[in-house]
Design a protein around this ligand. Structure first.
Ligand SMILES: [Zn+2]
Length: 390
């Protein structure tokens, strides 16, 4: 059985080990060793990164209860690996430490939620971005703020995080959180006065090393709450990025950095009003335009200003100016919306032919048809309508 060096020393980033088993397939060589400091993927956390004997370790999994290191299968790598060979292992320090900050932060958060509200952490994911925690009860914004405050207070108290391996008898007297029934030796991670939880992952030694825990999102999830947190450096980088965004918004809106939301709201309201005014002015303009159009057998108009309902309104305003039909189009880059009106002829066959010629869709009543088509140019639509016998 491989000795898990990370069980008792989470800061062991370099170690030696002996190869005890080797097998391979097309992609990988699978290495088991007498001991390892590599934390394998498990319990919602991704595995460590690093190298063994100078070879990059691609993955570490527990297979049939054994810790297996995956390295790329190549001739060169195969040559270096023999049963009994002593390899030096190197753990990617930055990833390990960041994972420890996230995981220890998660324990404090879950422990405090459990003691305040009695909810259990029933789902945990620690990948390369946010850490998600699923609780089997609902937390509102006030609850989240309260927990976040208490979590950070526990960090500032710089509590020692203790890892113990209690006997069954000792264990029976301890109240601890556990997600699953554990067979064999239980490893407890205790943060005094805050949390005791069965866990196999590496943790920081003192809570102060977590630095800060920030909740970046929370939402209802499966009848409970999914909370997304960032701890330590990840929290700092996130805050830096968001403060920069706010600073840019502050510059763009010429507002103070703590009043950007009000400034954006003001801009949005102004924008709504401008849009409303513009629609009114466009309508006035189109009324004048419609009045200036002379009576013709077929009227065909293309105008990008015919947005939304204006297209239909404008077409209807031309109804009495045409012997056969008035066709109005709006659009660009090859795709057009159309509305065609007539008091004299049934437009349904025209709509059908138009859709069929220009891969379009739509239809309507004999006196008004609407839809959308694709065409390379306005010209080919105009030519089609000019030539259409109706
Ligand atoms: Zn844990």
């Amino acid at each position: 059985m491989t000795v898990k060096l990370y069980d008792t020393d989470s800061y062991l980033y370099e170690f030696n080990c002996k190869v005890t088993s080797l097998y391979s397939d097309n992609d990988y060589i699978y290495i088991e060793t007498d001991r390892t400091a590599f934390f394998p993927e498990g319990g919602g956390q991704t595995c460590d990164k690093g190298s063994l004997g100078g070879i990059n370790v691609e993955n570490i999994q527990i297979i049939d209860g054994k810790i297996v290191h995956f390295v790329k299968n190549s001739e060169e790598n195969a040559k270096k690996l023999k049963i009994g060979t002593v390899l030096s292992g190197k753990i990617d320090k930055n990833k390990r430490f960041s994972d420890m900050q996230q995981h220890s932060g998660e324990h404090i958060f879950s422990g405090i939620v459990n003691s305040l509200y009695g909810y259990n952490n029933v789902g945990f994911h620690l990948g390369s971005e946010v850490v998600t925690l699923d609780f089997d009860g609902e937390l509102n914004e006030d609850d989240i703020c309260k927990v976040e405050n208490l979590v950070n207070e526990a960090i500032w108290r710089n509590l020692e995080i203790k890892v113990t391996f209690p006997s069954d008898e000792e264990l029976s007297k301890i109240k601890y959180r556990s997600k699953i029934e554990i067979e064999g030796q239980v490893r407890l991670v205790e943060i005094p006065g805050v949390d005791i939880c069965a866990c196999c992952a590496p943790h920081v030694k003192f809570t102060g090393e977590i630095g800060i825990v920030r909740v970046v999102n929370f939402e209802r999830y499966k009848g409970g709450t999914r909370v997304s947190i960032l701890c330590g450096e990840r929290a700092m980088l996130d805050i830096r990025h968001k403060l920069k965004q706010n600073r840019l918004v502050s510059n763009l809106t010429s507002s103070k950095q703590d009043e950007t939301a009000a400034a954006v709201e003001r801009l949005r309201n102004e924008n709504e009003k401008l849009k409303f005014d513009l629609i009114g002015m466009t309508r006035d303009f189109l009324t004048l335009k419609s009045q200036s159009i002379a009576h013709e057998e077929k009227i065909v108009i293309f105008d990008e200003k015919l947005q939304g309902k204006l297209l239909q309104d404008f077409a209807i305003s031309l109804m009495d100016k045409t012997g056969k039909f008035a066709a109005c189009f709006s659009g660009e880059n090859g795709s057009y919306r159309y509305c065609i009106v007539s008091r004299q002829v049934n437009l349904q066959p025209l709509a059908k032919a138009l859709n069929s010629r220009f891969s379009g869709r739509g239809g309507g009543k004999p006196e008004i048809v609407q839809g959308s088509i694709s065409a390379e140019s306005e010209k080919e639509i105009k030519e089609f309508l000019e030539g259409f016998e109706i």
